[in-house]
Design a protein. Structure first.
Length: 558
């Protein structure tokens, strides 16, 4: 009878475990190719990137360019990682352009295997998911940030711990030593809870490091993953040397997390009596301080695999993508390129060869979105070897932008001054000997017409030197005549009917010829006298422009 009951219990637990495993497999299978349904805390996501030395990278994408191109929104679309480690690693990877053809080839080999072998992918995802707890964000602090140093009087902690041990042993021979033990315990109690503030910084990160090292050890058995870092076993082994000491923190976290009150109370008395927490904490930190490179190697290994799963999932979930051709040709060719953040985006094609691109068109017609689309696709092409187009070819580029600029009221800087500083940096970068892609939207729109056009022409001509590529939008039609030798002209246009304005968002060759701004005022029921006066003024300005243009003089229109 008892055997039957035990068998039934065992069978029930076995079935629950099997069903749970089946549910996880099904969930991971269904989620592949879909965006995350999760919150994004960029303060934590950026933590590894902000503290990492990326000085050896070809380019680190600036905060300014990220803001201009809605980089956070892009990351939320691209990120399909299963762990906080992978998420931090992926973010850093997208912000840093590196040149490594051998690594790119290996990445593609692994992505292909993960895409075509769902059993392998799901088994890896289940392991990596163990690092999805928020505490895993703090692993990077173990190799990037300064560790706590023991106090100068740390020897007193060792002596008090030893005194407790001696008093406990002698107490069995002479009860008076139990009184001594009680006195030492009171002192130790104060020191034990003084150390709690030190411990709280590591109670999450150290147990997560243990998980990370175990996961890396499992993944390293795969011959394909092993190619990412053939020497990783040395790092895993060195971290394992302090595994026993670090396991103490895992036990501490488990007891706190599961509220096992009695066990926690006994354990707390034991730790207080012998001051185990400060002794083990500073001992572990001292050893971890010598293993920073090894910890980061393991971090990068697991994060890289998680990132490759994310890229495989991304490609599986989008309608169109391509692997870019990155060569030394002085041209950018994009066929049916789209903006990844625009749902059902209208695609466009363009070939940028010797000349750069000057875009005209009304507001909301698609100029800025097209410029952003080119910039984002170059970045994703250089970082994750993925472009949102049927095909895309471009050289190795550094990407800079001046699109979204605003007043800096806290530092008493006007819109125009902010723009001046940003474009000054572009001019400096244009002479750095690298090939650059500059993205600008309505240059110098923070100042008057005459000086805007004058300065705009001068700057845009200067930026084209040294084989740089520029995409710039403008409402100043005069610039199109001045820059014909250096820029190809393109435009976006709208269709104005009796009461509606329609946009096709298609890129067209040449400069914009139709002007509909006043007509749009009319269909939006502006007073007739306002519309009529605007039309008359426009006609007069056109006459002045035509007269002066035929005599070879320059003229600037508002």
């Amino acid at each position: 009878m008892i055997k039957d009951i035990l068998f039934q219990i065992k069978y029930t637990f076995s079935q629950l475990k099997f069903n749970r495993k089946k549910e996880i497999n099904q969930r991971l299978k269904e989620c592949f190719g879909k965006p995350k349904n999760d919150t994004f805390d960029f303060d934590y996501i950026e933590k590894y990137f902000r503290n990492k030395d990326n000085s050896q990278a070809y380019q680190v994408i600036s905060d300014k360019t990220c803001n201009d191109l809605d980089f956070d929104d892009l990351f939320m679309l691209l990120d399909r990682t299963n762990s906080k480690v992978g998420q931090q690693y992926f973010y850093n990877h997208l912000r840093t352009i590196k040149v490594n053809e051998k690594q790119t080839k290996l990445n593609e080999e692994i992505i292909t295997e993960l895409s075509e072998n769902p059993e392998l992918r799901i088994s890896v995802q289940k392991k990596i998911e163990k690092l999805k707890h928020k505490d895993a964000y703090y692993i990077s602090s173990l190799f990037q940030e300064q560790h706590l140093n023991p106090p100068k009087w740390f020897i007193a902690i060792k002596l008090l711990s030893f005194a407790s041990l001696v008093s406990l042993v002698l107490g069995f021979f002479n009860p008076i030593y139990f009184i001594v033990l009680l006195g030492v315990f009171c002192v130790n109690f104060v020191l034990h809870y003084w150390n709690k503030n030190n411990l709280v910084q590591y109670i999450g990160s150290i147990p997560q490091l243990l998980k990370l090292n175990t996961i890396a050890s499992h993944l390293f058995t795969n011959s394909l993953f092993k190619k990412l870092n053939p020497d990783l076993s040395k790092s895993i082994k060195l971290i394992n040397e302090v595994k026993n000491r670090m396991s103490f923190f895992s036990l501490e976290a488990k007891l706190q997390g599961e509220f096992e009150i009695i066990a926690w109370f006994v354990f707390e008395i034991f730790k207080t009596m012998f001051l185990l927490e400060p002794l083990l904490l500073f001992g572990v930190l001292k050893r971890l301080n010598t293993k920073r490179e090894e910890i980061e190697s393991v971090f990068k290994f697991v994060g890289h695999i998680d990132m490759l799963i994310s890229i495989a999932s991304l490609r599986n979930g989008v309608n169109t993508f391509c692997l870019p051709i990155i060569d030394d040709e002085e041209k950018i060719i994009a066929n049916d390129i789209s903006h990844p953040l625009i749902f059902n985006c209208t695609t466009n094609s363009i070939e940028i060869t010797k000349k750069s691109v000057l875009l005209t068109g009304s507001n909301m017609s698609g100029k800025t979105s097209f410029i952003r689309a080119i910039g984002l696709n170059v970045i994703t092409g250089l970082t994750i070897n993925t472009c949102f187009a049927k095909s895309m070819t471009f050289p190795l580029l550094k990407v800079f932008s001046a699109i979204r600029i605003s007043d800096d009221l806290m530092n008493d800087k006007s819109y125009y001054f902010e723009e001046v500083i940003t474009i000054k940096e572009m001019l400096k970068e244009s002479e750095n000997g690298n090939k650059n892609l500059f993205l600008l939207d309505e240059i110098f729109k923070g100042t008057n017409t005459v000086e805007r056009i004058s300065a705009g022409k001068s700057v845009l001509s200067a930026l084209t030197k040294n084989d740089n590529k520029i995409l710039v939008s403008t409402h100043d039609i005069e610039l199109t005549d001045m820059l014909l030798d250096e820029y190809e002209l393109y435009h976006f246009s709208e269709t104005v009917n009796d009461k509606t304005v329609g946009f096709d968002y298609k890129l067209k060759g040449g400069k914009l010829k139709n002007r509909n701004a006043i007509r749009i005022l009319e269909i939006n029921d502006y007073p007739q006298e306002v519309v009529k006066e605007a039309i008359e003024i426009a006609k007069e300005l056109d006459k002045i422009y035509l007269a002066k243009n035929t005599t070879g003089n320059n003229v600037y229109k508002q």
